[in-house]
Design a protein around this ligand. Structure first.
Ligand SMILES: Cc1cc2nc3c(=O)[nH]c(=O)nc-3n(C[C@H](O)[C@H](O)[C@H](O)COP(=O)(O)O)c2cc1C
Length: 146
């Protein structure tokens, strides 16, 4: 069984990004176990001074969820030409733990119709992947993506 942890970058009720991940869960093939992480809103603001043992319970939960996963699937909106602050905060908490290092990471984008500016987030996202040394898929897989 392959365990995929799904991270949604939106906290919004009715999020289209969360809906996309839930759809991916619904159509996941046999042999793929998926978990939609639901703790982003509980994470404290990242401060290196607070990144110490024992970690905040929400941080421990995030790191345990990533550690238990074989791969991570991210689906996030773009806010102001970049990642939503809450999601960037989540990524910052992954650095000290290291559980995501070398873990396969894929990105799923939700945008209809595709907006040219959305491409702007690919740079910071990929930069974050580099920071975590997480390999990532380089080709879009979803029907209709460009
Ligand atoms: C504060 C804010 C900033 C946004 N900035 C951008 C942006 O820079 N580029 C873009 O394509 N969409 C932007 N959007 C639109 C969101 O990406 C879009 O509404 C997305 O579908 C929200 O995702 P969700 O449905 O999962 O919450 C912004 C939305 C908000 C609320």
């Amino acid at each position: 069984m392959t365990n995929v942890l799904m991270l949604c970058g939106s906290l919004r009720k009715g999020s289209t990004n969360e809906a996309a991940l839930r759809t991916a869960q619904a159509v996941a093939p046999d042999g793929l176990d998926t978990t939609l992480y639901a703790g982003m809103g509980d994470l404290p603001h990242f401060n290196p001074d607070d990144d110490r043992e024992p970690p905040h319970p929400a941080v421990a939960g995030l790191r345990a969820a990533i550690g238990a996963a074989d791969a991570v699937l991210i689906c996030t909106p773009e806010y102001a030409g970049a990642l939503p602050g809450s999601f960037k905060n989540l990524l910052d908490w992954t650095i000290g733990g290291g559980e995501i290092y070398e873990k396969p990471v894929a990105w799923l984008n939700v945008a209809s119709p595709p907006r040219p500016r959305a491409a702007a987030t690919r740079t910071p996202r990929c930069a974050r992947c580099s920071a975590t040394r997480a390999p990532r898929s380089s080709r879009p897989r979803a029907r209709g993506s460009r």
